[in-house]
Write a protein that binds this ligand. Structure first.
Ligand SMILES: *Cc1c(COP(=O)(O)O)cnc(C)c1O
Length: 400
């Protein structure tokens, strides 16, 4: 029997006392209490967990991405380089910020194609690196190119909480790092997000833009720090207030899961590697290896079927589905929000042949950290059986 791959883990019991207190007091707004509102405590704890100076908790990762761009003060119509393989939220945030998304190719290993990135970087005012499905692009090369061009890097780390790149936490490498607490991410609050940065000017602007009206910024951590205070005072009354704030109730749910990060990363990686290793033994399957120096934190598995024909891939997906396992091929599942040709809202037509080819043969399954080894093996068995059946069906002789 296969596990339900979409079932969430229970929220740790430790949340109950906090929620009870919030229900008693009715104090759900982050700026009502004079100090230590759950949202502020979340920001302190998340910043500390990441080793970042500042954090701002907001309503989603999409909001965090938008605020990052807005906080950088890009000119209207500025071009922002993003990977051609990402979630639709990323180009959407660029458009929301009044900028123009520029897409670059992503290779067969699901990571940014560095030659194409380098070619498209000139003329771009900012970069969003989306570590899609937790696959880290070559951050050394990206930071080298962007530093030389003086282009700020925003990390979309929605799927990378717990990922380490050469000893540094993903999300802390760029000027801003953005994370999601939506239900399909490592921490689940239904909705929610956070951005982290060491830059007082960026964080002050993001805080005000997020809806810190009047002098609410005084209730933020480190607000009395001279550099940060000066930035807040500089931008007071000079920025629009978008209200992308987080509620105390969500903050409580998120805080209770911070101590779970390490375990979820460890178990998610073990589950991923167990299934990935088994799939690698099949000649039709390609499972890209982590890059040198990358320690991943997966809660899903991607693999490619480079030699298989369209009908074979379809038969494989159907075969898995018949056994109760949902497999999506990014480029073949209907209206997939991670296929760039479904982003009909883009202001400029784009074609990325290499990214398209990758999307047409890359499979995506959820693989939550809570699965047992036996459940992972059951998933592997379904995948391998459906694979062999799909290859057989297609090899059957065509009637004359
Ligand atoms: C989920 C996700 C987002 C958006 O996060 P929300 O919190 O739902 O707005 C952005 N980028 C990537 C890569 C994601 O997986």
């Amino acid at each position: 029997m296969l596990p339900d791959m979409h079932q969430a883990e229970p929220i740790p019991d430790s949340v109950r006392a906090d929620i009870e207190r919030l229900l008693q007091s009715g104090d759900l707004f982050r700026y009502t209490a004079p100090d230590n509102a759950p949202v502020k405590l979340l920001e302190q704890e998340f910043a500390a967990a990441m080793g970042a100076r500042y954090a701002l908790a907001v309503s989603s990762c999409s909001a965090a991405l938008f605020l990052s761009l807005a906080a950088l003060g890009l000119a209207p119509g500025a071009r922002v380089l993003i990977p051609g393989f990402t979630f639709a939220a990323v180009p959407s945030a660029v458009i929301h910020a009044g900028c123009v998304p520029v897409l670059c190719e992503v290779g067969a290993d699901y990571r940014i194609d560095m030659a194409d990135f380098e070619e498209r970087l000139p003329g771009c005012a900012a970069v969003i690196v989306s570590h899609m499905r937790g696959h880290t692009s070559d951050m050394d090369a990206i930071l080298r190119l962007c530093d030389a061009a003086r282009v700020p890097v925003i990390e979309d780390a929605a799927h990378s909480l717990g990922t380490v790149w050469r000893g540094r936490k993903i999300g802390t490498l760029g000027r801003v790092g953005c994370f999601s607490f939506q239900s399909y991410k490592l921490i689940n609050a239904g909705e929610g997000g956070v951005l982290i940065s060491d830059d007082p000017e960026v964080i002050a602007r993001a805080v005000i833009l997020s809806g810190a009206y009047e002098h609410s910024w005084k209730k933020h951590d480190r607000a009395q720090e001279p550099a940060l205070k000066a930035s807040f005072e500089r931008w007071q009354n000079r920025l629009p207030l978008y209200n992308l704030r987080l509620s105390n109730l969500s903050a409580a749910v998120i805080r209770a899961q911070i101590p779970e990060i390490a375990r979820r990363v460890r178990d998610g990686r073990a589950n991923h590697d167990r299934v990935a290793e088994a799939l690698r033994r099949h000649p039709a399957v390609h499972v890209p290896r982590p890059l040198d120096g990358e320690e991943r934190a997966p809660d899903s598995l991607q693999f490619s079927l480079p030699g298989m024909a369209a009908e074979q891939i379809e038969a494989f997906v159907d075969g898995c589905g018949a056994k109760g396992l949902s497999v999506q091929v990014f480029g073949r599942s209907r209206d997939n929000a991670r296929a760039f040709w479904n982003w009909g809202f883009l202001p400029e037509a784009v074609e990325l042949p290499r990214t398209r080819a990758m999307l047409m043969q890359t499979c995506d399954i959820r693989l939550p950290a809570r699965l047992t080894a036996a459940e992972c093996d059951a998933v592997t068995a379904v995948l391998l059986e459906a694979l062999d059946a799909a290859l057989d069906v297609a090899r059957a002789p065509v009637p004359a």
